[in-house]
Design a protein. Sequence first.
Length: 100
Amino acid sequence: MYVTLVHVHVKPEHVAEFIEATHRNHQHSVREPGNLRFDVLQSPEDPAHFILYEAYATEADAARHKETEHYLAWRNRVADWMASSRVGVRFHGLYPEVGQ
């Protein structure tokens, strides 16, 4: 399993817009071939800090996600709302095993 935790810090005045735009991206992403999870998390201590938990069956599936129309639209829409650059941290997903 190919997992990326994407840390996003949004300008406080754009939190609601970011949530709305990310919800649309989420709705499409969970339907992609190879997508296992696409969770959107918001920090209760810092509502402008989000983590996108993206799990794909393979690295190729994750790479295809970044070529989709919905991802590109999301990336372009939220770019100016970022307080700092997104940071993706890659992990190997061990459990649950893919296919179980």
